[in-house]
Design a protein around this ligand. Structure first.
Ligand SMILES: [Zn+2]
Length: 235
């Protein structure tokens, strides 16, 4: 595809990257945080390496599958709604083309076009691709926002797994003695790194993102460590 010469002068926009970026970072964060929290809880209960590895592995598999299934179900229902809306729109275009034309012109007018220009644009776009114009400008469904359930589910499951592999690796390779601190240290480091990368890629403030993820990560792992400790003492 030929490069748009305007790109040399205009700043890049991030909105097109935001959907999959957000899902990837959320998935990886979840993978790190939920699996590390499980491992911290089991380590705080004074468990063996075998039990630690098993808990981290179970957390990875269960988490990845539930993230993928949850994403698939929620995005599929969004697809269903989009499809039903598009079908309704097609029907309205067949039954009430004049009203639909007026509706489209109103939308362009509300975006700042003069009445005559808005109607002219509505007429030309309707002649070119009526359904396309209404789906994009009236329903707000476009290439970027269109739901792809399987893609979303795979991305979610894969990013969760990518995150969860870290605490699993720590439970395999780091000494059992002090495992709580190793899990916490590695998890917080990678959570902060992910937070910084996501903020930078999205053009947002890095410090705020890092402080936020570090705070909530610490809170989650501290709580599970407490539960694990209480459980360990009582068993
Ligand atoms: Zn319409």
């Amino acid at each position: 595809m030929s490069k748009d010469p305007l790109d040399d002068y205009l700043l890049p926009h991030y909105i097109h990257k935001s959907n999959w970026l957000r899902a990837a970072v959320l998935g990886a964060n979840d993978g790190i945080l939920s699996t590390a929290s499980i491992a911290v809880g089991v380590a705080a209960a004074g468990s063996t390496r075998g039990a630690l590895i098993l808990a981290a592995l179970a957390g990875l598999v269960a988490g990845a599958l539930s993230m993928a299934a949850g994403e698939y179900v929620s995005v599929s229902s969004q697809t269903d709604i989009e499809k039903a809306d598009i079908k309704r729109e097609q029907q309205e275009l067949e039954e009430m083309p004049d009203l639909e034309l007026q509706r489209l012109a109103q939308i362009y007018e509300s975006r700042g076009l003069k009445k005559e220009t808005a109607m002219q644009v509505a007429r030309e776009l309707t002649a070119h691709d009526a359904l396309g114009a209404h789906v994009r400008d009236e329903l707000g469904i476009n290439e970027v926002s269109q739901a792809r359930p399987l893609q979303a589910a795979l991305a979610s499951g894969a990013s969760f797994t990518a995150g969860a592999v870290l605490p699993l690796g720590v439970s395999v390779f780091m000494p059992v003695e002090g495992m709580v601190y190793y899990q916490y240290g590695f998890a917080i480091f990678f959570l902060a790194l992910l937070g910084a990368m996501a903020a930078r890629a999205g053009g947002a403030g890095i410090t705020k993102a890092v402080v936020r993820i570090t705070f909530w990560g610490t809170a989650a792992m501290a709580l599970t460590a407490l539960v694990g400790h209480l459980f360990g003492v009582n068993v």
